[in-house]
Design a protein around this ligand. Structure first.
Ligand code: 3H9
Length: 679
């Protein structure tokens, strides 16, 4: 293996360069090389200053995550960084790309940091269920203050070079194309001056003067960090930076770091990190498959879904032609899109110019012919096979050859839809989740004839519009809705057997979902798909609607709602459910929360196993990606399949059997063999 670290001289300045593609992760060879070069620089009287920079697309993007969980090999990152900071010769970090995690900690251990304008700096360890473990939680608050450090360490999102400069994390912004020379010049200007060390700085006293900032920050993040261990540990570590000496603070950080590193949450979140990247790859589609250029997108349907889908492309700078059948529907749809953008601008997340730019890329039309030159057309009309086939037949006539035709169906057979065209190879499913401009997940449904270049193009496009994509084969409900179905069946069965419907929601909330099925029903509206005849009562939903219990919008649905939309269980709903159970002769009994949890979640794992067995998902981790991004499965459990691995497949099988629920052959085989879904 070639040495990833090299160095060269520019006069009195030693330039140490890392070249460890793809992201200059700080693996063992990089740490060893850095330590070696720094020591050599310190020992050489001719060297008066040191610059550290990286080749390739980025500065160090962090510790090498693939080394986690393996026996540590020295030198450790903390000891490498301590050697660097101890130098009396100025050491300058020259940052481009993303200085993340351990990479940001390298920069903090340097005496100065210069960055190009496009650089980003951050401590994303919380996203891996960790906190910084190479003194980042101790150096950063000392350098920029506890208040400025909290969002970085606890939130994990990177900040721009400009923002970093404004809080004192970056000393100078240098030219985009001249990083090394500018960094060398900067280093030269510091020769002979006493070096500033972040570990000796004292800005962290802001948190000592006002200790409330920690509780206030925690409260402001309450919703975002519910259930996660790492953010609280991160707050504790930043607080410790103000209360303890540097050496004691580092010890505290290490204790917190090690506890998280050996816990299940971090294992789950590290699994997810790699799962998201793996989901991008399709086993039989080579990475260098030529892509079809997508310069213009057509959308059929300007309703909530079509409008939301269109916004993804407009925001990414791709022109969209959106088609409706009637002018008023078209006007309503485009009006909603504009309002959504304007609301985003009002919240400061978008400029007014960006709103106009996005809307300027939109061409509303009533005429199919205007879709002729689109490279991709996505249909988002009513979920009805005949209607979809008519739309696809029409598209096939008017849209140029070589263009991709996609359906946003959430359930229907994409292969059958493709038969309405003479180009089944160019047909696939692009299942967006509502609200489509917000939700991260895009389920890409591969038809039996879908071409490889079509798939590769859409996968790449998903990334461009900021989606997390996962591929599903053609089966009813694909990966996500197919697994939702047995959960919903169990939820319905449980309330008929005597379980409280709010207990069902609470079990899922306690597990970490943002809401349960009955809350969700109320949020969406219990009247979705209702036949509107109050005298015809065949389901619990019919009965709720007959009494005007349409959900949150009516102030009552499964629950009663107060003005602040707080929910309380409703006597009327309880009576409706009891009445149904009686009519069906269902015996009533007390049902424990354990039983509820097992009956809701284990059948999902079983369905996931069937999906894998049938080859409808490429890998178990793709299922995790779908459920975490599309359905609120808690990230810190790693998704349904990783969670099942964690509790043991044998436990799942025994639970299903205990409750008289089916066990698929695949799940049983795996459990009997003592195997896991994820290797
Ligand atoms: C840490 O630093 C702990 C310390 O505080 C304590 C130490 C004691 N390691 O994302 P991409 C791979 S924790 C190993 O597609 P992009 C990735 O799997 C770390 N591998 O590219 C992928 O492999 P493949 C804190 C890594 O341009 C390939 O690189 N740092 C690592 O869309 C390309 O990645 C982070 O959490 C890694 N650290 O985005 C940052 N990073 O080609 C994690 C990436 O086989 N990384 N790979 O699928 C990122 O956020 C993004 O990769 C980055 C580039 C923004 C850098």
């Amino acid at each position: 293996m070639t040495d990833p670290i090299s160095s060269h001289r520019d006069g009195e300045v030693l330039v140490v360069v890392s070249n460890n593609p793809p992201v200059n992760a700080l693996g063992q060879a990089v740490r060893a090389g850095l330590k070696r070069e720094i020591e050599a620089g310190l020992a050489d009287d001719g060297v008066k200053a040191i610059v550290i920079r990286c080749d390739g697309r980025t500065f160090f993007a962090g510790a090498d995550i693939t080394e986690f969980g393996k026996p540590p090999q020295g030198p450790s990152l903390p000891e490498t960084l301590d050697a660097m900071e101890a130098s009396d010769k100025p050491v300058v970090a020259a940052i481009h790309g993303t200085a993340l995690g351990g990479g940001c900690e390298v920069a903090l251990a340097c005496h100065y940091r210069v960055a190009v304008p496009s650089a980003k700096i951050g401590l994303p360890e919380v996203k891996l269920g960790l906190i910084p473990g190479a003194a980042g939680t101790q150096r950063l608050p000392r350098l920029v203050g506890a208040e400025a450090a909290l969002p970085l360490v606890v939130g994990g999102d990177p900040i721009s070079a400009k923002k970093a400069q404004s809080i004192g994390l970056v000393d100078a912004i240098v030219s985009e194309d001249n990083l090394e020379a500018d960094a060398v010049a900067f280093a030269r200007s510091k020769i002979g001056q006493p070096v500033p060390r972040a570990s000796e700085d004292t800005k962290n006293q802001d948190g000592v003067r006002d200790p409330d900032i920690f509780d206030k920050f925690r409260a402001s993040q309450a919703r975002k960090i519910r259930g996660f261990d790492a953010p609280n540990a991160a707050i504790e570590a930043v607080k410790a930076a103000g209360e303890l000496s540097y050496a004691e603070g580092v010890k505290k950080e290490r204790e917190l770091f090690m506890k998280l590193m050996t816990g299940t949450q971090s294992a789950a979140m590290r699994h997810y990190f790699f799962a998201e990247r793996a989901a991008n790859k399709i086993d039989d589609v080579p990475g260098d498959t030529p892509l079809i250029p997508i310069n213009k997108v057509g959308i059929i349907g300007a309703g909530t879904m079509g409008g939301g889908i269109a916004m993804n492309f407009l925001s990414a700078g791709i022109p969209v032609t959106i088609l409706e059948m009637q002018q008023d529907a078209l006007d309503r749809g485009t009006g909603t899109m504009r309002r959504n953008y304007e609301n985003t601008a009002k919240r400061g997340r978008m400029t007014d110019e960006a709103v106009e730019k996005a809307m300027g890329l939109l061409s509303p039309t009533l005429n199919y012919d205007e879709l002729a030159d689109c490279d991709l057309v996505i249909e988002a009309v009513y979920e009805n096979m005949d209607v979809k086939k008519q739309v696809f037949a029409r598209l096939d006539e008017v849209v140029k050859q070589g263009a991709i035709l996609a359906s946003n169906t959430s359930y229907l057979d994409v292969d059958e839809i493709a038969t309405a065209t003479r180009r089944p190879g160019y047909v696939l499913g692009m299942h967006f989740f509502s609200p489509a401009n917000v939700m991260k997940l895009l389920e890409i449904v591969r038809g039996k004839e879908t071409r490889k270049d079509v798939l590769a193009t859409v996968m790449q496009l998903a990334k461009k519009i900021g989606k997390v994509a996962a591929v599903s084969g053609v089966c009813p409900g694909f990966i996500g809705n197919r697994m939702l179905s047995p959960r919903q069946q169990q939820a319905n069965a449980l309330i008929m057997e005597g379980a409280n419907y709010w207990d069902i929601d609470d079990v899922l909330l306690e597990f970490g979902f943002p809401m349960g099925p009955f809350q969700m029903g109320d949020l969406a509206g219990t009247d979705i798909g209702w036949h509107r005849d109050p005298s015809k009562i065949e389901t619990i939903r019919d009965a709720l609607c007959a009494k005007g219990r349409f959900g949150q919008k009516a102030g009552k649905g499964y629950y009663d709602y107060d003005e602040a939309r707080n929910r309380t269980p409703s006597e009327e709903t309880k009576a409706i459910i009891a009445d149904f159970a009686k009519k069906e002769g269902k015996p009533q009994r007390e049902i424990s929360k354990d039983e509820i949890r097992e009956r809701l979640l284990y059948p999902m794992v079983n369905e996931g196993a069937k999906i894998l067995d049938e080859g409808m998902a490429q890998r178990a981790s793709d299922i995790d990606v779908v459920w975490i991004n599309g359905y609120g499965w808690p990230l810190y459990t790693g998704g349904p399949m990783f969670w099942a691995d964690t509790i043991g497949l044998k436990t799942v099988v025994e639970g299903l059997e205990k409750h008289g629920l089916p066990v698929s052959d695949y799940l049983r085989r795996k459990a009997d063999a003592g195997e896991k879904f994820n290797r």
